[in-house]
Design a protein around this ligand. Structure first.
Ligand SMILES: [Zn+2]
Length: 466
């Protein structure tokens, strides 16, 4: 039985999908005006792990993530880079999907883009207007928060009578107050636009998620996730838009919010000069180390990005790798082995404890602790050669199973190693055999200069792209 913390009720609730074992899962996607940063990496890896756990538990998950390719920030960035929003949006959408893949994140079922859904968005706004939840003002359309009685149910922000009728036109707004927000924005001179019943303009930011969810996942969904900084106003506004006209309420059963990522204890921002892109971190760290780092903390917690914390994650991953290496090379012939029942029950216990931790609002640090606890019990047996092949295989099988969720325990598909490098590795191995150590060392340096790392193991030389 899975329990999830629901930001709407502010309680842990038993997870029960709306329909059988089907889970409709939506995550707010990126605004594509620049490279993705490690804050995005944290959010999307954390929800990837949750999605994978639900699938591990036998749920049939449909996963959707929107791509915001029209937004104030995109228009500004396109103007600054002297390009158009489509060229800019395509470039960074491609980069975003590439990053997702490089981070070991499972593909979503749908990646709807705003500019490809303008018709649906106009229709949705028209419906809000017909039902009296939206009004037109100077060729723009606004959502009238005073008409939606439940406004504030997610964020706790109350509608103040005196404030009704005040409007905000920007996509993002900082003020923590209920204010009429824009659904359709009149185009300013030089801005991209689409024709609409209200004249030439473009959608506001919040409406897209209500429209995409309805289109791809239905009127009601099980999980809506996003980083905590989207809770207000974005998610509050999504609820208002959808529930104002939906027949089925509530529109989201469980709201999940991920904690923010800090950089050395500070908020990440371009002005502080501590903005780190996903591409930059992948040059330095293996994606498995990054996933390990994310899983080491609960998804709701603040997570601090620091060299020290990343090194810790790397060390922990190396411990797992050593453990796996020992299991794979375990080769007992005719020696007394450990009682099979003992290993079987240890695996069973670990599996159970792992699931108990994950069932408890996806407590990944606890789940990892179970794994390390198991390693602690088995390592001494491995060192004394007391595990036989069958037992080693069963333990590896267990690890493979939980790696369906973590996706960092085992390396993924090996990157193709170029022929040139393979040749150099062979040459180096020969030099080592011939005890020509200096020559071997020179070749190693040559390989490293070409961007590859090599490691000598009991099974030969391992080559890895840096
Ligand atoms: Zn959204």
């Amino acid at each position: 039985m899975i329990k999830v913390y629901n930001s709407l009720s502010k309680k842990e609730e038993i997870f029960k999908p709306l329909k059988d074992k089907k889970v409709a899962f939506y995550v707010c996607g990126p605004t594509v005006y620049g490279p993705g940063h490690i804050g995005h990496a944290r959010t999307y890896i954390a929800f990837d792990i949750i999605r994978r756990y639900l699938e591990y538990k036998g749920y049939d998950v449909r996963y959707a993530m929107n791509i915001t390719d029209i937004h104030d920030d995109i228009i500004t960035a396109a103007q600054m880079q002297k390009t158009d929003i489509f060229t800019l949006g395509n470039k960074y959408t491609k980069m975003f999907l590439h990053d997702q893949n490089n981070l070991g994140i499972k593909k979503a079922n749908f990646y709807p883009r705003v500019t490809e859904n303008i018709k649906e968005i106009i229709k949705f706004i028209q419906e809000l207007e017909e039902k009296g939840f939206a009004y037109e003002k100077d060729d723009s359309v606004y959502f009238d928060v005073s008409k939606f009685k439940d406004y504030g149910k997610l964020s706790g922000i109350k509608i103040k009578k005196a404030k009704t009728g005040t409007r905000v036109e920007t996509d993002k707004y900082e003020r923590k107050e209920a204010i009429d927000f824009v659904l359709w924005k009149k185009a300013k001179p030089g801005e991209p636009f689409w024709e609409s019943p209200w004249g030439q303009g473009r959608p506001g930011w919040h409406i897209e998620c209500s429209v995409m969810i309805k289109k791809h996942l239905g009127e009601q969904i099980d999980i809506h996730a996003g980083a905590i900084d989207l809770l207000f106003p974005h998610h509050e506004n999504e609820i208002a838009q959808t529930e104002a006209i939906a027949k089925k309420k509530p529109f989201v059963k469980y709201w999940l919010h991920g904690g923010l990522l800090m950089i050395n204890g500070q908020k990440m921002s371009k002005s502080l000069g501590n903005f780190i892109t996903i591409e930059q971190v992948l040059e330095k760290w293996d994606s498995r180390v990054i996933r390990m780092f994310v899983a080491s903390s609960h998804y709701q917690s603040k997570l601090n990005w620091s060299e020290r914390n990343l090194l810790q994650a790397k060390k922990n991953l190396e411990k797992i790798e050593e453990f796996i290496e020992k299991l794979k090379t375990q080769n007992v012939k005719g020696k007394t082995t450990t009682n099979s029942k003992q290993i079987e029950s240890l695996i069973r216990k670990s599996k159970k404890e792992f699931e108990v931790a994950m069932d408890d609002n996806f407590n990944t640090p606890e789940a990892l602790a179970v794994l390390f606890e198991m390693m602690k019990s088995i390592n001494p047996l491995l060192d004394k050669n007391k595990i036989d092949k069958k037992q080693a295989k069963d333990i590896l099988e267990f690890l493979k199973n939980i790696d369906k969720i973590f996706n960092f325990i085992f390396p993924g598909k090996k990157e193709a190693i170029p022929e040139q490098i393979k040749e150099l590795v062979k040459k180096r191995e020969k030099s080592r055999k011939d005890k020509q150590w200096q020559k071997a060392d020179e070749i190693r340096k040559q390989i490293e200069q070409l961007g590859f790392n090599i490691k000598d193991t009991a099974n030969g030389t391992e080559v890895k792209k840096r």
